[in-house]
Design a protein around this ligand. Structure first.
Ligand SMILES: *Cc1c(COP(=O)(O)O)cnc(C)c1O
Length: 408
């Protein structure tokens, strides 16, 4: 599924909730990200229901999309947050997130970030290095925190069936620690009197199409945790897949939950979904600037590029391309490219695209996750604008405009 209850055609016009995207694009200008808050919250509630049998606590992964209104709306729903930097902890707190419900992960946390997290009373620190424990212990002593919850991040040495550039749980990855390293750390746990070693964390990658790999990773986590009664929580990480192509249907979450519920038993379960909450709640709108036909190729040159949506250039990601006004004729195979001076600035390669002319507007679908979050000012391009349709679907507003860099 790529079109959904929030993004759909009505009378030939592509809409977000009750608004024509064409009108939004004309008013705000392109490139612009458009998000449906109704869809974001719908996805959040769907996941919460699906994981109810595990009594899982959801921690939205802020790095997928840090839009303040989105983070704020999720905080109001009682969502926790998964943060991978001090900056993201600030974002979560600024949006009204409870510090106790934040988990702080990351392979390269600075000492200052760790101190900040302990000082603010962040709920869990997901640790992937022995030295982090020294920093946490010292920060706890300094701030008077008596018991900091730590989940040790296991690298389960499981190869997930996903794009190699978003796999994190195989043996050669920089992420997590092997079971042997974790056992050695736990043997020395008394050296850290202010740390409560209460959890094991796994996150084996993103866009995980194969639940078997997740189940194997969970089994390894359980096997690791079993000898230690103080370990009461398993953090399953994120990685729930979404459909990026019309033909795709990711495995149903219910099956995964069922398989896990018999295994996880008494453990407290944490989850860190990012993509599954925001991806299909957002689209990137762009306008065709030029059509170039040469050497047997057709190039549609649009005003959005890799600086706005990096995923195709970074990991060969596929985003469906839809015209904002439904085409009546079949198009042709073409390249949809951006204006950036890089050969990899291709948004859709050798794709059957709708017939497009200069001035036509298109939507790159399922762009709500890792879209704006990865946008850059490369080529001194302004960041794309952002528009948010409210949860009632009753109104929309620009939450960010495109800022040109100042001349001086
Ligand atoms: C990126 C990340 C997530 C979120 O992954 P999604 O695929 O967006 O669900 C969760 N946990 C950690 C530790 C991450 O780095």
């Amino acid at each position: 599924m790529v079109l959904n209850s929030s993004f759909r055609y009505v009378g030939g016009a592509l809409q977000v909730d009750d608004f024509a995207l064409e009108a939004i694009a004309s008013e705000v200008g392109t490139p612009v990200y458009v998000y449906s808050l109704r869809r974001v919250l719908g996805n959040y509630r769907r996941l919460r229901r699906a994981f109810a049998p595990l009594s899982a606590q959801l921690h939205y992964s802020v790095k997928a999309n840090g839009n303040a209104a989105i983070v704020e709306a999720l905080a109001k729903q009682g969502s926790g947050f998964d943060c991978v930097s001090g900056g993201e902890i600030r974002q979560a707190l600024a949006a009204g997130g409870a510090a106790r419900q934040i988990v702080f992960a990351g392979v390269g946390k600075t000492r200052a970030e760790i101190e900040y997290a302990v000082e603010r009373g962040v709920g869990w620190l997901n640790v992937e290095n022995a030295l982090e424990l020294e920093y946490i212990q010292a920060a706890a002593e300094r701030t008077g925190a008596e018991s900091v919850l730590v989940a040790l991040r296991l690298n389960p040495e499981v190869t997930a069936k996903t794009h190699p550039k978003i796999a994190t749980g195989h043996g050669g990855a920089k992420f997590g620690m092997t079971a042997a390293v974790i056992h050695a750390l736990l043997a020395k746990r008394n050296a850290y009197p202010r740390i409560n070693f209460a959890g094991i964390h796994i996150h084996i990658g993103s866009q995980l199409g194969d639940s078997q790999a997740t189940i194997r990773a969970v089994e390894k986590a359980l096997e690791l945790a079993r000898p230690y009664p103080q370990i009461r929580a398993i953090n399953l990480g994120g990685g729930l897949p979404v459909a990026y192509q019309f033909a795709e249907s990711p495995p149903p979450v219910d099956e995964l939950v069922q398989a896990l519920s018999s295994r996880l038993g008494e453990y407290r379960v944490l989850l860190e979904p990012g993509r599954a909450i925001v991806a299909d709640a957002g689209a990137l709108l762009a306008e065709v600037l030029y059509v170039k036909r040469q050497a047997g190729q057709v190039f549609y040159i649009v005003d959005a590029g890799m600086t706005d949506l990096l995923r195709p250039a970074l990991y060969d990601a596929h985003h469906e391309v839809l015209p904002l006004r439904k085409a009546s004729s079949r198009g042709e195979v073409a390249q949809l490219v951006g204006p950036v001076c890089e050969s990899t600035d291709v948004l859709a390669r050798d794709r059957l695209l709708p017939p497009l002319q200069v001035g036509d507007k298109i939507a790159l679908m399922t762009a709500g996750a890792y879209g704006m979050a990865m946008a850059s000012n490369y080529n001194a391009r302004p960041l794309p604008a952002e528009v948010l349709v409210d949860a009632a679907g009753a109104g929309w507003r620009a939450s960010r405009s495109r800022n040109l860099l100042p001349e001086k």
